[in-house]
Structure formats: C-alpha cells, structure tokens
Write a protein of this length. Structure first.
Lengths: 535, 240
C-alpha cells in the first residue's frame, strides 16, 4: 500500500513540478489560470443556458440533457483511453519503474488512481455548470441538486473503467496503423472537419434562436428524430434519469451493474495482461517502417523542403497541428460566413460580412501559422545540422517558410473559391480578402519564425517532438489574434460607418504596414541572431 | 588542411574562456587526436571549427577557407560526426544520406558509388531502407558517419566517435578512418581514450582548461609513452 501511495504522489508531483510555493511567478500563473478557469466555467454555464432554452422551446429539454451526457460520455471515454495509453503504457517513467522491485499491479493502481482523481476533478467542474444551467431553465426540485454528485460519479467511473479495458486493444490497433501517415491524416481531417460542421450547424441554430426566440428553430422531423434517438441512448439516458427521478428503479440498478461489470473487466486486465503488455509496448515503442527507394539527386532547396515535409508528415502530432487544421479552415469559413450573413440580415446588412470573413480567416490563419513559431525548436538534437551544412541560413529558413506558405496559401485559396462559388461574396471582394489574409499570414509567419530564432526551446519529449505549446507559440497566437481582431473589427466598423471601398483602402494600408513591420523585424540581424543560437 | 590560430571562445554569462589562445595546424593525410579530460574544451573547439558555435577571436581556416568569412566553402570541405550521433530519425537511412548528399552537391554517380561502398563496409545493407528511429546506437553512429563521408571531405571531424560502440563497430570505423587518411585526407578527432589515440594517430594534442598543453608526434619512438605520461599527469590532480 505504501508503494502505491508513493507512486501516486510521484505522479502528482510530476504534474505540478513547475509550481514553486516561493516563486511569485508561480503564484501569478496560478491566479491567472484560476481566473481563466472561472471565466471558462461561466461561458459553459451561459452557453448551456442558451442551448437548454432553445431545446426547451421545442419541447426536448430532457433529450438535450441526454445528448449532452452522451457527448460527455464519449469525450470522457476517448480522453480516458488516450490518457490511459499515455500514462500507463507510453510514459517514459515506465522504463524506470520496471527496473525497480515494483509489481505491475502496483504501477497500474497508482497510475489509475492518479488518472481517476484528475478525471473526476475535471469532469465535475465542467458538468456542474451545465447542470446548473439546466436547473436555471427547467424547474427542478431539491432532489436534482442532491443527485448531481451521484450522477457525476457514475459519469466519471463508467467511462474510466471502460477506457482501461479498451486501452489495450486500441493501443495495438494504433501501433498497427501508426506508420500509415496518409491514412491517419485523412481520417483526422474528416473527423475534425465533421466536428466543426456539427458545431457550426448547432451554432447557426443558436443564432436563429437568438434572433427570434418566440418559436422553435427545429423542424418537427428533427424534434421527432431527437426524441426517438434519446430513448435508445443507453446508458447515458440513465444519468439524466437519476437527476430528474425518471425510471429510478431501472436507472440505478442498470448503472450499478454496468459499473460492476466494468470494474471486473478492469481487474481481469490488470491481473492477466497489464504487465505483459507494458513490457511488450516498451519493446515496440521504437517500431518503424521500411521504405525502399533509390538514390536520387535533388536541388539543395528541394532537399530542404522535402526534409521539412517529411519531418511534419511523418508525425501524427505535427500533422494534426498543421495540415488537419488547414483542412478544417474552409469548413469554418463557410459556416461562419453564412452565420455572419444571417446575423446581418436584420441589423447592419451585408457590410459587416466582409469583416467577419476576414476575422474568421485571419484567426484560422493565425492558428495554422503558429506552427512556424517552432521552426528552430523542432530541429531539437539535429539543430547542429543547420549550422554545419554548406547552405546559407537564409536559404534554410526560406525552405521552412515556403512549406508554411504552401499550406496556408492552399487553405486560403480553397476558402476564397468557396466564398465565390457559394456566392457569399463578390469575386473581386473575395480576392481582396484573399490578398489581405495572405499578406498578414506571411507577416505573422515571419514574425513567429523570428520569435523562435531569438529564443528556441530545445527541451523536446517523446520521439524528439514538441508536444506542448512553447512560449513562442503562445506569443505567435496572441500576435495573430490581435492582428485578426484589429483588422477584422476595423473592416466591420469602417464598412458600416463609411463604405466598403473606403474600408478596403483603410484595411489594405493597415495590413501593408503590419506586413512591412513583420518583414523588417524578421530580416534585421537575422544571420547574426541565428548564429548566436547555442544548443 | 586545418589552421586554428589564437582561438578564443567564451560562453555567454561565463567569466572564463572555454578555449583560450589555441593554435593548431593539421597536415594532409594525418590522423590527429585531440585529448583532454571532461570540460577541457575539446567539444567547444570542435563546435567552433565546424561552425556550430561562434567564437570571440582568432581564426579557423579549412582548406584555405576561413570558417567565419567564407563558411560555405569551408564547410564543403568538412564532414562532421557529433558525439551524440543525432540524425533525423523520421527518415530512412537512405533518405538521410541522400539529404546530406544533396546539401553537399554530390553527383548521382558519386553518391551511388560511395553509398554502396559504405553501406557494405558498415554492414547496413538490410537496415538502410528502415526508419532511423529503429536503429541501434551503433547503427545510428554508422549512418551518421556515412552522411559525413558521402561528399568525401578533405577534413573529417569526429567528436568522441567510439563512445558506446561495440568492438566490431569500432573496428569498422577505425578501418574507414585509416582508408580515408590513406587517400590524403585529414582526420581530427577528440577522445578520452588514450590507448585509441596512441594506437591510430600520427599526432595528438592535449588540451587542459581550454589551453593547448602540448602537441606530440606519435611517429617518434617513445612519444606514445610521453603522451600517456603527460595526459596522466594532467588528469591526476582532478578533483572528482
């Protein structure tokens, strides 16, 4: 038992290793984090309230609660499986722990405890505001509030236990397909684009509802489908039943039995296959593919560009950060623009739609280009190659820049194509939007690259990759958001108050200034600053 | 082949010089060993001469090209193998070597010829189309060496090349080093290993606390003992 406690403490200590009770910076970070968290919870509460009011108008508030529980259940199951695989099987400390006289069960229980506690705290803080929002819209009794802890407990426990059972088969599956990079990227792109599409569909309904909340925004067919679907959402409908005291004599036993079965399954997993899988996984962690090619001569620039693509394309982590979001960009632009047009119908007209499109495209361009803020960092232990190769620094950086440019240019072109084809925007205005977004995107890319040239963060993890956002990425995203909001808002305000042509001139001037500033900051003393980088 | 003159290097936020007034001259066709205890300044010197670190003053000239003034031409004449044998692990062995060959402008014919020769010599034929991340420590070191030699550099610089290698791999690398020198090229390598330096080097330099202590010609009879004596006398008063 002592060993389990010690190992659990070790996990928590690792989680909070960055915090120091004597450091003012740590306390400031904590305070900022808590403030941000409180704001997030309020947003969840407020958005939850709007959604429940909207569904209540259609007479399907209960069904909405069931659907929300289902979504949470799926998210918890997926994140649970992902955390279990990461913490139980892939975390570097397994290699260390296996050398000590600690049994597989002890490692498993300590890590499971850590995961369960973390999951419970996170879920409770997200679910409680949602349920309070429900209680604010639909009249509920005291029993609703009393049942919240029980409901949350089941909601955490069942997906958690199931994720422990499912982690091993899913891990074997991911090990089998982990080198099929093209397939993974396509699947992830479809998944992300689909999620954005569903999100935006719901968001457009919220917009409809906010414009006129006196009638339901859903068609009778949609309401009927939701009602029929919610009936079969087992076991998640039981979480709602516990809260609302529906079919109590069925909901409780069903959840208790499911928890028992999952627990028994997890115990079987610990005793029969955990240690074996752990050892096996440590062995296959370095699994790699074979690709038979012939020696081929390329130009220096083509070689540099090809290497950049290989580094990103052969990493699921980087591909997701970069290519997948670029794929999602046109989906978001399409939906956001249709919402912007809808918003503008009864208020300030089409004038703001150009600014809205500009804002959305710039925000996405910002997220995509923030990847360039790890240009040097991503070299990691291979950074020395960039210093010893007989190729000027500017050429090397140009290859990186061209890779970023190719992806952002393609995403921007698709966006403009969609805007023109769907007649959401006139062709000449759409091309102007493209020009502004591309110019600012280039500027932000160069500025982000310069952040990383000035101060790269070489502490990479896993397979030598940047897993967490660095300070440079944060700075790049912040800069991008400031630029996006400034240019987007300026476009909206000037188009509304003056006229679209004058707005276009003002925004062009501002964008050119921002672009020139970024190019200048990137270029000045570039070689000297790069040469100073020491790993 | 390599002329280091009055080299000074101080790290940022450091009060003392990591390398101080170091001068060395290497001839064509020789294997030159660079000995010193941990922290003596071996790796810093190597990183300065390969262009990885900037330096405060002095000059480094490789095959007539100053690394600070004409870095591209200087680097074209040099191959470097780092102590941690870091390579792009997402690439296959062949992709990595081709990438390096492209950067050093190696023709298709020359790269085919050298690639086949080295892959055979280092027994990597089966592994060369596998991703490098699956390679063992020794295999990574070997692919790194092939990358460093694919353009047949006049100066081959190795930082602790034998660290962590099995005897078979060491023999293969030593053989390649001798062959490279026999073609009139120069090898400059750092090591802790006194026996290894005494066995294969024509000359060796000992560096201590960033300063050049002595350069010993190992072709002269009795100098191998002098090297051992000098090196041990320096390391004897080490504070562990």
């Amino acid at each position: 038992m002592n060993i389990i406690l010690t190992l659990t403490k070790l996990e928590f200590r690792g989680k909070f290793s960055g915090f120091s009770a004597t450091s003012k910076k740590s306390w400031a970070k904590l305070a900022f984090g808590l403030l941000f968290y409180a704001a997030l919870l309020y947003v969840i509460y407020a958005v939850g309230g709007v959604l429940f009011r909207m569904f209540d108008k259609a007479g399907i508030a209960y069904e909405a609660l069931v659907i929300i529980f289902t979504i949470l259940f799926i998210i918890l199951l997926i994140t649970g499986i992902s955390s279990t695989i990461k913490v139980l099987y892939y975390k570097g400390d397994n290699l260390i722990l296996m050398r000590f006289p600690v049994s597989g069960s002890e490692i498993f229980i300590s890590k499971t405890l850590f995961l369960a506690i973390s999951q419970f705290v996170t879920t409770a803080t997200i679910v409680v505001p949602v349920l309070l929002a429900y209680a604010n819209v639909i009249p509920v009794g005291q029993m609703f509030y009393n049942s919240i802890p029980v409901s949350v407990l089941f909601l955490v426990l069942i997906p958690f236990l199931l994720s422990n059972i499912l982690a091993i088969p899913i891990m074997h599956l991911t090990n089998k397909i982990r080198n099929k990079f093209g397939l993974i990227i396509i699947l992830l792109s479809i998944l992300v684009a689909g999620m954005f599409a569903i999100y935006m569909f719901l968001f457009s309904k919220v917009v409809d509802f906010m414009k006129n909340d006196s009638f339901s925004v859903f068609s009778p067919e949609f309401v009927y489908t939701i009602q029929q679907t919610a009936k079969y959402l087992i076991p998640t409908k039981y979480f709602a039943d516990i809260l609302l005291h529906n079919e109590m004599y069925f909901a409780y036993p069903a959840l208790i039995i499911l928890t028992g079965i999952s627990l028994a399954g997890m115990i079987l997993v610990i005793n029969l296959i955990y240690q074996k899988t752990l050892l096996g996984n440590i062995e296959i962690e370095g699994s790699a593919f074979v690709r038979k090619t012939k020696n081929k001569k390329k130009s220096i620039f083509a070689a540099l560009l090809c290497k950049e693509f290989i580094q990103v394309f052969r990493s699921v982590n980087y591909s997701f950060q970069y290519f997948v979001l670029a794929v999602a960009m046109p989906v978001m632009v399409y939906f956001c623009n249709s919402i912007a047009l809808k918003l503008g119908e009864n208020t300030i007209g089409e004038q703001i739609s150009v600014g809205m499109t500009l804002l959305v495209m710039l925000i996405f361009a910002t997220v995509i280009t923030s990847f360039s803020a790890t240009s040097v960092t991503r070299e990691g232990n291979n950074f020395y190659h960039t210093k010893i190769m007989p190729v000027p620094i500017r050429t090397q950086l140009l290859a990186k820049f061209v890779m970023y440019l190719l992806v952002s240019l393609t995403a921007n072109l698709i966006c403009v194509f969609i805007l023109i084809v769907t007649k959401m925007m006139e062709a000449n205005v759409a091309w102007w939007v493209f020009g502004i977004v591309q110019m600012l995107s280039i500027g932000i890319t160069l500025r982000s690259m310069r952040y990383d040239i000035k101060k790269p963060h070489f502490n990479l993890s896993g397979e030598g990759e940047v897993v967490n956002a660095t300070a440079n990425t944060t700075a790049s995203v912040l800069l991008g958001f400031v630029v996006a909001v400034t240019v987007g808002m300026l476009s909206m305000v000037t188009a509304y108050m003056l006229s679209l042509p004058i707005s276009m001139i003002i925004c062009t001037l501002l964008s050119v200034l921002i672009f020139l500033y970024c190019v200048a900051v990137y270029s000045i003393n570039l070689k000297k600053t790069y040469e100073k980088i020491v790993k | 082949m390599l002329e280091i003159t009055n080299l000074y290097k101080k790290y940022l936020n450091s009060e003392r010089f990591a390398v101080e007034d170091l001068s060395l001259s290497l001839r064509g066709g020789e294997i030159f060993g660079f000995l010193g205890k941990n922290g003596a300044g071996k790796s810093t010197t190597i990183k300065c001469l390969t262009g990885i670190y900037p330096f405060n003053s002095g000059s480094i000239v490789i095959c007539g090209h100053d690394i600070a003034k004409d870095p591209i031409k200087a680097k074209l004449n040099m191959g470097y193998v780092p102590d941690d044998h870091s390579v792009y692990e997402k690439m296959t062995g062949r992709e990595y070597v081709n990438y390096i060959a492209d950067l050093y402008r190696v023709s298709k014919r020359e790269r085919d010829e050298r690639f086949d020769k080295f892959v055979k010599q280092f027994r990597l034929t089966k592994a060369v189309d596998s991703q490098i991340k699956s390679y063992s420590h020794g295999m990574k070191q070997k692919i790194c060496i092939i990358g460093a030699l694919i353009h047949n550099p006049k100066l081959w610089v190795l930082d602790e090349p034998m660290m962590g290698l099995d005897p078979q791999s060491m023999v293969e690398i030593l053989k390649r080093m001798r062959e490279h020198c026999a073609d009139g090229n120069t090898i400059f390598f750092s090591s802790h290993n006194l026996d290894l330096v005494a066995k294969i080097c024509d000359r060796a330099a000992i560096i201590n606390d960033g300063k050049l202590h002595s350069v010993i010609d190992l072709q002269v009879r009795g100098n191998k003992e002098t090297l051992e004596h000098t090196f041990l006398s320096i390391t004897a008063d080490d504070d562990i």
